[in-house]
Design a protein around this ligand. Structure first.
Ligand SMILES: Cc1cc2nc3c(=O)[nH]c(=O)nc-3n(C[C@H](O)[C@H](O)[C@H](O)COP(=O)(O)OP(=O)(O)OC[C@H]3O[C@@H](n4cnc5c(N)ncnc54)[C@H](O)[C@@H]3O)c2cc1C
Length: 581
């Protein structure tokens, strides 16, 4: 906070200096110059009766000095503004680099001033050093070590982010316990034909700012993804996103664009705070608890139905009548929605992005710098209300003594059935029992006759029998497609495979080849999209859940509190560490 304040003071002083300088020098050059050969300058000095000390400089030197100093200052002010206004304080590495650059620039401009400028100006510039130097020192200072023992249960992207952020804040004793044999949870990547294929979290949108910041820190490379397409079973055609937005024929493109703008206004103004990825579902505006379909009617946004079928249904976030509007608003905040519009109409192709080496690689880069214990089966967690020697005791299978901690961050799915090891309070139990999920299955196949891209499949005719909602074929030169299916009770993995083959028989030839599965390579079932029913959301479920944060030394960082996507999970976990620790 102090860093920001100093920078703001610095910027203010720069602006004042600029104005004072311009007013002061409106009549001529601001610097002492004597150059008999220079007619223009001699004329100026005579006309305005300018007399300065230090008459040894030539006109050329003077002008260069003037230009260099101001050029340096302009860049300096720009960077300082960037530091103060754009770079968030938690991004320490970038912050430090800019701070260092600022000070170097300042030193450069000071030297230029000393050589070329007069004394009062030197004094003014010297004054500017104070706030910038202070801010630089504050930024540079490493956080003080904190020996609080923190246990993070679950090495999914939420738990890893919380641990990573705590480490950055100076916490030296953070332990992540993970039951699986890899770090990443729903960010799982497998390799086929020498290429990475994400079996879970994959695409990133423009609002994933925290993810991109961390990716830059960790050196995880990302690339722009192949543009999305929609396959329409009714017309047996591949549509681009723009065509898909009006596929039902009920609304014109103008109506869709107007509704898009209206939605943008809603998430940018009345629902601005709620729509941020980091803020969780707490303080949910009342109307957003209602089912999405009803909300679209209430807000006269029905023209978005076709686009939202893609955004919500195809991606497995439920149906319009059982998914609260809050989930859409949480997912599609200002940046995500705006970038979706821009890429939909073909103006910008910057988003979505994917990690070049897969989403799991991003997680594993985080895990590499943390203490993560894989293959760990927790038998019991005991938490005491008081602040004793070790208020959190974690009993691990095969170990006689419990691990002792001061704080617990629960980053597993929060559904009660998976938390048998936890000494749940009645409040926790009541809330966790209300969380539900969908079964989402990914099937990786060697295919032929399918175009590359993210290809949604509409309408979802036969979803009850496990029809796939879409597929991703990431690499045009590798014929491997990852199909997404929503499973409903009684549908087996075998049925899902058969269904993929059955549906592909109906799809027309592409590139002269009949669509076909050549080989099934991999299949993974996920418990996906933790959510509550609209009635529970309306009954203040999420405010009650947020009120538990910090009670009995326990915090919760999970997509259940943030929305089921990497961007929100990371942003929420990061904010949790910054706010509560
Ligand atoms: C098929 C699919 C596609 C997706 N596509 C995208 C996408 O394109 N873009 C996007 O942004 N997001 C996508 N997501 C969502 C994204 O992957 C998740 O929202 C995010 O990974 C959730 O992270 P999390 O850490 O909250 O939960 P999880 O990833 O579920 O992590 C929880 C961790 O806790 C561990 N755990 C559970 N119980 C215990 C226990 N008892 N002891 C120790 N550890 C335990 C689990 O093994 C796991 O590692 C997708 C998800 C799926 C499944």
């Amino acid at each position: 906070m102090k860093t920001k304040l100093f920078f703001k003071i610095g910027i203010l002083m720069q602006v004042v200096l600029l104005i004072a300088h311009l007013i002061n020098n409106r009549n001529g050059l601001p610097i002492p110059v004597v150059d008999e050969d220079s007619r223009v300058l001699t004329y100026l000095m005579k006309t305005y009766d300018i007399h300065f000390p230090g008459g040894w400089r030539t006109l050329d030197e003077t002008l260069w000095g003037y230009a260099i100093t101001w050029a340096l200052f302009i860049v300096f002010v720009f960077l300082a503004s960037l530091q103060a206004l754009v770079v968030r304080p938690q991004n320490r590495i970038l912050g430090k680099r800019i701070a260092l650059f600022n000070v170097l620039l300042w030193a450069g401009s000071l030297i230029a001033t000393l050589i070329f400028w007069s004394l009062p100006q030197q004094a003014l510039f010297a004054l500017l050093l104070v706030p910038f130097l202070l801010s630089y020192l504050l930024e540079w200072n490493a956080p003080k070590p904190n020996n609080t023992r923190v246990c993070v249960v679950g090495a999914g992207v939420s738990g890893l982010t919380a641990a990573y952020q705590l480490q950055k804040q100076g916490y030296t004793q953070v332990t992540v316990l993970e039951k699986a044999n890899y770090a990443g949870g729903k960010c799982l990547t497998v390799e086929h034909y020498g290429h990475p294929f994400d079996l879970g979290g994959h695409e990133m949108l423009a609002g994933y700012r925290d993810v991109m910041d961390m990716a830059a820190e960790l050196g995880a490379p990302a690339r722009v993804s192949i543009p999305p397409m929609v396959y329409d079973h009714d017309t047996r055609q591949y549509l681009n996103f723009k065509q898909a937005a009006v596929v039902s024929g009920k609304y014109s493109m103008t109506q869709v664009m107007l509704a898009s703008m209206k939605y943008l206004y809603l998430v940018a103004v009345p629902f601005r705070r709620f729509s941020k990825p980091s803020t969780g579902y707490g303080h949910m505006p009342k109307e957003l608890a209602m089912p999405l379909g009803q909300w679209l009617v209430k807000r006269r946004l029905e023209a978005l139905s076709d686009i939202l079928a893609f955004v919500i249904k195809v991606q497995g976030y439920g149906h319009f009548n059982d998914t609260s509007a809050a989930y859409l608003v949480k997912f599609m905040g200002v940046r995500n929605w705006f970038s979706l519009i821009l890429s939909g109409v073909g103006i910008s192709k910057q988003w979505p992005k994917v990690f070049t080496l897969g989403m799991m690689n991003f997680c594993q880069r985080m895990a590499a710098g943390l203490k993560v214990q894989l293959n760990t089966e927790i038998e019991k967690i005991e938490r005491s209300a008081g602040n004793g020697q070790a208020p959190v005791r974690v009993y691990i299978k095969g170990q006689s003594e419990p691990l002792l901690f001061d704080k617990l961050i629960l980053s597993t799915p929060l559904e009660a059935k998976g938390l048998g090891f936890l000494d749940m309070s009645p409040e926790e139990e009541t809330l966790f029992k209300q969380i539900r999920h969908f079964e989402f299955v990914n099937t990786v196949c060697h295919t032929q006759g399918l175009p590359a891209g993210v290809v949604a499949s509409i309408p979802l005719n036969d979803i009850r029998r496990g029809e796939y909602t879409g597929y991703i074929r990431d690499f045009p030169d590798v014929p491997v497609s990852v199909f997404f299916s929503l499973e409903s009770s009684g549908v087996t993995d075998k049925t899902l495979r058969e269904k993929i083959e059955e549906v592909l028989k109906e799809v027309p030839e592409y590139d002269g080849e009949k669509p076909k599965v050549l080989e099934f390579l991999n299949q993974k079932n996920w418990e996906y999209f933790p959510h509550v029913l609209p009635e529970a959301a309306a009954d203040g479920f999420y405010d009650k859940l947020e009120a538990l944060q910090g009670q009995r030394h326990t915090y919760y960082a999970s997509s259940a509190l943030a929305f089921e996507c990497v961007g929100n999970s990371v942003a929420y976990a990061r904010r949790l560490a910054l706010r509560h620790f």
